[in-house]
Design a protein around this ligand. Sequence first.
Ligand code: UT7
Length: 325
Amino acid sequence: MSFSCRVAGYGHSLPERILTNEELSELVDTSDDWIVERTGIRSRHIAGDADSSSSLGAAAAMNALRVANIDPSEIDLVIAATCTPDGMFPSTASRIQHQIGAECGAFDINAACNGFITAFSSAAQFIHARTANKVLVVGTEVLSRIVDWSDRGTCILFGDGAGAVVLEAGSDDGPGKVFPPFLGSDGGAGNLLYAWGPCASPSEGITEDAKIIMDGPAVFKYAVGAMADAVESALKNADKSPSDITICVPHQANERIIRALMERLGLPMEKAFTNVQSYGNTSSASIPIALSEANSDGRIKPGDLVLFVAFGGGLNWGAVLTEWG
Ligand code: UT7
Protein backbone atom coordinates (compact mmCIF):
# COMPACT_ATOMS: atom_id res chain seq x y z
CA MET A 1 0.00 0.00 0.00
CA SER A 2 1.18 3.55 -0.69
CA PHE A 3 -0.28 7.04 -0.88
CA SER A 4 -0.09 8.75 -4.28
CA CYS A 5 1.46 12.09 -3.50
CA ARG A 6 4.62 13.95 -4.30
CA VAL A 7 6.84 16.60 -2.80
CA ALA A 8 6.09 19.42 -5.21
CA GLY A 9 8.33 21.99 -3.51
CA TYR A 10 10.92 22.35 -0.81
CA GLY A 11 12.69 25.27 0.82
CA HIS A 12 14.43 26.45 3.94
CA SER A 13 15.31 29.57 5.85
CA LEU A 14 18.09 30.21 8.35
CA PRO A 15 18.72 33.14 10.66
CA GLU A 16 21.73 35.23 9.65
CA ARG A 17 23.87 34.90 12.75
CA ILE A 18 26.37 32.01 12.66
CA LEU A 19 27.84 30.77 15.95
CA THR A 20 31.12 28.88 15.55
CA ASN A 21 32.68 26.28 17.84
CA GLU A 22 35.47 28.76 18.59
CA GLU A 23 32.94 31.28 19.89
CA LEU A 24 31.29 28.57 22.00
CA SER A 25 34.63 27.69 23.56
CA GLU A 26 34.66 31.22 25.01
CA LEU A 27 31.28 30.54 26.68
CA VAL A 28 31.86 27.05 28.12
CA ASP A 29 34.77 24.67 28.71
CA THR A 30 34.90 23.04 25.28
CA SER A 31 36.93 23.12 22.07
CA ASP A 32 36.43 22.98 18.32
CA ASP A 33 38.35 19.68 18.25
CA TRP A 34 36.07 18.05 20.88
CA ILE A 35 32.85 19.20 19.22
CA VAL A 36 33.94 18.16 15.72
CA GLU A 37 35.23 14.77 16.87
CA ARG A 38 32.17 13.89 19.00
CA THR A 39 29.42 15.44 16.84
CA GLY A 40 30.71 16.59 13.44
CA ILE A 41 29.24 20.04 14.14
CA ARG A 42 31.33 23.09 13.17
CA SER A 43 28.78 25.90 13.40
CA ARG A 44 25.08 26.62 13.84
CA HIS A 45 22.70 29.50 13.09
CA ILE A 46 21.16 31.49 15.93
CA ALA A 47 17.88 33.43 15.75
CA GLY A 48 17.99 37.20 16.01
CA ASP A 49 15.52 39.25 18.05
CA ALA A 50 13.16 39.59 15.09
CA ASP A 51 13.14 35.85 14.32
CA SER A 52 10.61 33.34 15.62
CA SER A 53 9.49 29.85 14.64
CA SER A 54 6.66 31.43 12.66
CA SER A 55 8.78 34.02 10.83
CA LEU A 56 11.48 31.47 9.89
CA GLY A 57 8.78 28.93 9.02
CA ALA A 58 6.90 31.40 6.82
CA ALA A 59 10.11 32.26 4.94
CA ALA A 60 10.88 28.56 4.38
CA ALA A 61 7.25 28.01 3.29
CA MET A 62 7.42 30.81 0.72
CA ASN A 63 10.60 29.27 -0.72
CA ALA A 64 8.89 25.86 -0.97
CA LEU A 65 5.83 27.42 -2.64
CA ARG A 66 8.10 29.19 -5.15
CA VAL A 67 9.82 25.89 -6.08
CA ALA A 68 6.40 24.22 -6.39
CA ASN A 69 5.09 27.17 -8.41
CA ILE A 70 2.02 27.16 -6.19
CA ASP A 71 0.18 30.22 -4.89
CA PRO A 72 -0.47 30.28 -1.10
CA SER A 73 -4.21 30.44 -1.88
CA GLU A 74 -4.00 26.89 -3.32
CA ILE A 75 -2.83 25.37 -0.01
CA ASP A 76 -5.54 23.31 1.76
CA LEU A 77 -3.78 22.81 5.10
CA VAL A 78 -0.72 24.05 7.00
CA ILE A 79 0.96 21.70 9.49
CA ALA A 80 3.84 23.09 11.52
CA ALA A 81 6.15 20.82 13.50
CA THR A 82 7.88 22.66 16.32
CA CYS A 83 8.88 22.24 19.94
CA THR A 84 9.71 25.95 20.19
CA PRO A 85 6.37 27.53 19.20
CA ASP A 86 5.87 31.30 19.26
CA GLY A 87 3.54 30.83 22.24
CA MET A 88 1.14 28.38 23.84
CA PHE A 89 -1.43 29.62 21.32
CA PRO A 90 -2.26 30.69 18.65
CA SER A 91 -0.45 27.84 16.95
CA THR A 92 2.71 28.57 15.02
CA ALA A 93 0.96 26.98 12.00
CA SER A 94 -1.86 29.54 12.20
CA ARG A 95 0.68 32.36 12.34
CA ILE A 96 2.49 30.92 9.31
CA GLN A 97 -0.83 30.51 7.48
CA HIS A 98 -1.54 34.20 8.07
CA GLN A 99 2.00 35.38 7.25
CA ILE A 100 2.07 33.61 3.86
CA GLY A 101 -1.50 34.63 2.99
CA ALA A 102 -3.00 31.13 2.86
CA GLU A 103 -6.71 30.59 3.57
CA CYS A 104 -7.01 27.15 5.15
CA GLY A 105 -6.84 25.10 8.33
CA ALA A 106 -3.64 24.99 10.34
CA PHE A 107 -2.29 23.12 13.34
CA ASP A 108 0.94 22.34 15.16
CA ILE A 109 2.56 19.03 15.93
CA ASN A 110 5.06 18.62 18.73
CA ALA A 111 7.03 15.40 18.48
CA ALA A 112 10.36 17.15 19.23
CA CYS A 113 13.04 16.04 16.74
CA ASN A 114 10.61 13.57 15.18
CA GLY A 115 8.19 16.42 14.44
CA PHE A 116 8.78 16.67 10.71
CA ILE A 117 8.23 12.94 10.07
CA THR A 118 5.06 13.04 12.17
CA ALA A 119 3.77 16.12 10.32
CA PHE A 120 4.75 14.75 6.91
CA SER A 121 3.03 11.43 7.67
CA SER A 122 -0.12 13.28 8.81
CA ALA A 123 -0.12 15.38 5.64
CA ALA A 124 0.14 12.25 3.49
CA GLN A 125 -2.87 10.74 5.29
CA PHE A 126 -4.97 13.89 4.73
CA ILE A 127 -4.11 13.60 1.04
CA HIS A 128 -4.77 9.86 0.98
CA ALA A 129 -8.19 10.47 2.60
CA ARG A 130 -8.84 13.08 -0.15
CA THR A 131 -9.59 15.78 2.43
CA ALA A 132 -6.68 17.88 1.14
CA ASN A 133 -4.89 18.20 -2.19
CA LYS A 134 -1.95 20.40 -1.28
CA VAL A 135 -0.53 20.47 2.23
CA LEU A 136 2.26 22.72 3.45
CA VAL A 137 4.46 20.93 6.00
CA VAL A 138 6.86 23.12 7.94
CA GLY A 139 9.51 22.15 10.52
CA THR A 140 10.71 25.20 12.39
CA GLU A 141 12.68 25.88 15.57
CA VAL A 142 14.36 28.54 17.66
CA LEU A 143 16.07 26.10 20.02
CA SER A 144 18.63 28.73 21.05
CA ARG A 145 15.85 30.19 23.23
CA ILE A 146 15.61 27.02 25.34
CA VAL A 147 19.27 26.02 25.37
CA ASP A 148 21.10 26.17 28.69
CA TRP A 149 24.11 28.20 27.55
CA SER A 150 26.07 27.15 30.63
CA ASP A 151 25.74 23.39 29.88
CA ARG A 152 28.52 22.22 27.56
CA GLY A 153 26.81 18.85 27.14
CA THR A 154 23.89 20.41 25.25
CA CYS A 155 24.65 23.99 24.16
CA ILE A 156 27.13 22.83 21.52
CA LEU A 157 24.50 20.72 19.77
CA PHE A 158 21.55 22.88 18.84
CA GLY A 159 20.78 25.49 16.21
CA ASP A 160 17.86 27.44 14.73
CA GLY A 161 16.20 27.29 11.31
CA ALA A 162 13.21 26.15 9.30
CA GLY A 163 12.45 23.89 6.37
CA ALA A 164 9.24 23.27 4.46
CA VAL A 165 7.74 21.04 1.80
CA VAL A 166 4.58 21.21 -0.25
CA LEU A 167 3.01 17.77 -0.47
CA GLU A 168 0.60 17.41 -3.38
CA ALA A 169 -1.90 14.67 -4.31
CA GLY A 170 -0.88 12.61 -7.33
CA SER A 171 -2.69 10.25 -9.63
CA ASP A 172 -2.58 6.51 -8.93
CA ASP A 173 -0.31 5.78 -11.88
CA GLY A 174 1.56 9.12 -11.72
CA PRO A 175 4.94 9.90 -10.15
CA GLY A 176 5.42 10.14 -6.40
CA LYS A 177 4.43 7.88 -3.53
CA VAL A 178 4.55 8.02 0.24
CA PHE A 179 4.61 4.62 1.95
CA PRO A 180 2.92 4.00 5.31
CA PRO A 181 5.14 5.51 8.02
CA PHE A 182 6.34 3.97 11.27
CA LEU A 183 6.05 6.10 14.43
CA GLY A 184 7.25 5.09 17.90
CA SER A 185 7.22 6.61 21.37
CA ASP A 186 8.45 5.74 24.87
CA GLY A 187 7.12 8.34 27.27
CA GLY A 188 8.54 6.28 30.13
CA ALA A 189 12.04 7.31 29.03
CA GLY A 190 11.03 10.96 28.59
CA ASN A 191 13.33 12.03 31.42
CA LEU A 192 16.37 11.34 29.21
CA LEU A 193 15.65 14.47 27.15
CA TYR A 194 13.17 17.18 28.06
CA ALA A 195 12.35 20.86 28.45
CA TRP A 196 9.51 21.74 30.81
CA GLY A 197 7.22 24.62 29.81
CA PRO A 198 5.19 27.14 31.76
CA CYS A 199 2.25 24.71 32.18
CA ALA A 200 4.21 21.93 33.92
CA SER A 201 3.03 20.85 37.33
CA PRO A 202 5.22 22.73 39.84
CA SER A 203 6.13 19.45 41.49
CA GLU A 204 7.50 18.06 38.20
CA GLY A 205 10.33 20.51 37.66
CA ILE A 206 11.21 23.85 36.15
CA THR A 207 8.09 25.88 35.38
CA GLU A 208 9.14 29.37 34.36
CA ASP A 209 12.41 28.90 32.54
CA ALA A 210 12.21 25.95 30.12
CA LYS A 211 15.65 24.60 29.28
CA ILE A 212 16.82 21.50 27.38
CA ILE A 213 18.08 18.81 29.75
CA MET A 214 19.59 15.64 28.30
CA ASP A 215 21.45 12.48 29.23
CA GLY A 216 23.54 12.51 26.05
CA PRO A 217 25.13 9.04 26.11
CA ALA A 218 21.81 7.32 27.00
CA VAL A 219 19.96 9.20 24.24
CA PHE A 220 22.72 8.34 21.77
CA LYS A 221 22.42 4.62 22.48
CA TYR A 222 18.62 4.63 22.41
CA ALA A 223 18.54 6.68 19.20
CA VAL A 224 20.63 4.31 17.08
CA GLY A 225 18.62 1.20 18.01
CA ALA A 226 15.21 2.87 17.75
CA MET A 227 15.97 4.48 14.39
CA ALA A 228 17.30 1.21 12.95
CA ASP A 229 14.13 -0.59 14.12
CA ALA A 230 11.96 2.22 12.69
CA VAL A 231 13.63 1.91 9.29
CA GLU A 232 13.12 -1.85 9.34
CA SER A 233 9.38 -1.35 10.02
CA ALA A 234 9.05 1.37 7.36
CA LEU A 235 10.79 -0.90 4.83
CA LYS A 236 8.42 -3.73 5.74
CA ASN A 237 5.43 -1.38 5.30
CA ALA A 238 6.73 -0.55 1.82
CA ASP A 239 7.75 -4.11 0.93
CA LYS A 240 11.31 -2.88 0.28
CA SER A 241 14.78 -3.81 1.50
CA PRO A 242 17.66 -1.55 2.65
CA SER A 243 19.41 -1.88 -0.72
CA ASP A 244 16.35 -0.27 -2.39
CA ILE A 245 17.04 3.00 -0.53
CA THR A 246 18.60 5.56 -2.85
CA ILE A 247 19.27 8.21 -0.25
CA CYS A 248 18.72 8.58 3.48
CA VAL A 249 17.86 12.09 4.72
CA PRO A 250 18.13 11.55 8.49
CA HIS A 251 17.55 13.86 11.42
CA GLN A 252 20.79 15.76 11.88
CA ALA A 253 21.67 15.35 15.56
CA ASN A 254 25.20 14.01 15.49
CA GLU A 255 27.31 12.71 12.60
CA ARG A 256 28.33 9.72 14.75
CA ILE A 257 24.68 8.73 15.23
CA ILE A 258 24.09 8.90 11.46
CA ARG A 259 27.23 6.82 10.84
CA ALA A 260 26.16 4.19 13.40
CA LEU A 261 22.66 4.05 11.89
CA MET A 262 23.98 3.56 8.36
CA GLU A 263 26.26 0.77 9.62
CA ARG A 264 23.29 -0.94 11.32
CA LEU A 265 21.35 -0.70 8.03
CA GLY A 266 24.32 -2.08 6.09
CA LEU A 267 24.39 1.01 3.90
CA PRO A 268 27.43 3.08 2.90
CA MET A 269 27.73 6.53 4.49
CA GLU A 270 27.65 8.01 0.95
CA LYS A 271 23.93 7.19 0.87
CA ALA A 272 23.28 9.56 3.78
CA PHE A 273 22.86 13.29 3.29
CA THR A 274 24.43 15.28 6.12
CA ASN A 275 24.61 18.99 6.84
CA VAL A 276 24.88 18.78 10.64
CA GLN A 277 28.35 20.30 10.18
CA SER A 278 26.83 23.70 9.34
CA TYR A 279 23.58 23.78 11.30
CA GLY A 280 23.85 21.49 14.34
CA ASN A 281 20.64 19.88 15.55
CA THR A 282 17.65 21.97 14.46
CA SER A 283 15.11 19.41 15.74
CA SER A 284 11.99 19.27 13.54
CA ALA A 285 13.62 21.61 11.01
CA SER A 286 16.61 19.38 10.33
CA ILE A 287 15.09 16.93 7.81
CA PRO A 288 13.30 19.56 5.67
CA ILE A 289 16.42 21.77 5.64
CA ALA A 290 18.52 18.75 4.61
CA LEU A 291 15.93 17.72 2.00
CA SER A 292 15.94 21.22 0.54
CA GLU A 293 19.75 21.26 0.32
CA ALA A 294 19.94 17.70 -1.03
CA ASN A 295 17.58 18.71 -3.84
CA SER A 296 19.44 21.92 -4.59
CA ASP A 297 22.66 19.85 -4.77
CA GLY A 298 21.01 17.51 -7.32
CA ARG A 299 21.23 14.54 -4.92
CA ILE A 300 17.58 13.46 -5.44
CA LYS A 301 16.04 12.43 -8.76
CA PRO A 302 12.55 11.28 -9.82
CA GLY A 303 12.03 7.62 -8.96
CA ASP A 304 14.54 7.66 -6.08
CA LEU A 305 13.49 5.93 -2.86
CA VAL A 306 14.12 8.54 -0.16
CA LEU A 307 14.21 7.61 3.54
CA PHE A 308 13.44 10.06 6.35
CA VAL A 309 14.30 8.84 9.85
CA ALA A 310 14.43 10.72 13.15
CA PHE A 311 14.67 10.42 16.91
CA GLY A 312 14.16 12.90 19.74
CA GLY A 313 12.52 14.00 22.95
CA GLY A 314 9.46 12.04 24.01
CA LEU A 315 11.18 9.80 23.51
CA ASN A 316 9.82 9.77 20.02
CA TRP A 317 11.05 8.34 16.72
CA GLY A 318 9.91 7.45 13.23
CA ALA A 319 10.73 6.61 9.65
CA VAL A 320 8.94 7.08 6.34
CA LEU A 321 9.86 6.19 2.77
CA THR A 322 8.89 8.24 -0.22
CA GLU A 323 9.35 7.55 -3.91
CA TRP A 324 10.39 10.86 -5.40
CA GLY A 325 8.02 12.14 -8.10
O1 UT7 B 1 17.93 15.03 18.49
C1 UT7 B 1 18.07 13.89 19.28
C2 UT7 B 1 18.53 14.25 20.61
N1 UT7 B 1 19.90 14.35 20.89
C3 UT7 B 1 20.86 13.52 20.50
O2 UT7 B 1 20.72 12.68 19.68
C4 UT7 B 1 22.18 13.66 21.18
C5 UT7 B 1 22.69 12.31 21.63
N2 UT7 B 1 23.95 12.37 22.32
C6 UT7 B 1 25.12 12.81 21.79
O3 UT7 B 1 25.16 13.27 20.65
C7 UT7 B 1 26.37 12.68 22.60
O4 UT7 B 1 26.10 11.90 23.75
C8 UT7 B 1 26.96 14.05 23.04
C9 UT7 B 1 27.56 14.76 21.84
C10 UT7 B 1 25.92 14.90 23.71
C11 UT7 B 1 28.11 13.80 24.04
O5 UT7 B 1 29.10 12.98 23.45
P1 UT7 B 1 29.62 11.68 24.21
O6 UT7 B 1 30.66 11.10 23.34
O7 UT7 B 1 28.44 10.83 24.54
O8 UT7 B 1 30.30 12.29 25.49
P2 UT7 B 1 29.95 12.09 27.05
O9 UT7 B 1 28.69 12.81 27.39
O10 UT7 B 1 30.06 10.62 27.38
O11 UT7 B 1 31.15 12.84 27.72
C12 UT7 B 1 32.52 12.38 27.61
C13 UT7 B 1 33.40 13.40 28.31
C14 UT7 B 1 32.94 13.73 29.73
O12 UT7 B 1 34.09 13.99 30.50
P3 UT7 B 1 34.68 12.86 31.48
O13 UT7 B 1 33.56 12.52 32.42
O14 UT7 B 1 35.07 11.72 30.59
O15 UT7 B 1 35.83 13.55 32.12
C15 UT7 B 1 32.19 15.03 29.56
O16 UT7 B 1 32.16 15.81 30.72
O17 UT7 B 1 33.38 14.64 27.57
C16 UT7 B 1 32.99 15.70 28.47
N3 UT7 B 1 32.22 16.67 27.69
C17 UT7 B 1 32.79 17.66 27.01
N4 UT7 B 1 34.07 18.04 26.85
C18 UT7 B 1 34.31 19.09 26.07
C19 UT7 B 1 30.86 16.71 27.52
N5 UT7 B 1 30.55 17.74 26.72
C20 UT7 B 1 31.71 18.34 26.39
C21 UT7 B 1 32.04 19.46 25.59
N6 UT7 B 1 33.35 19.80 25.45
N7 UT7 B 1 31.10 20.18 24.94
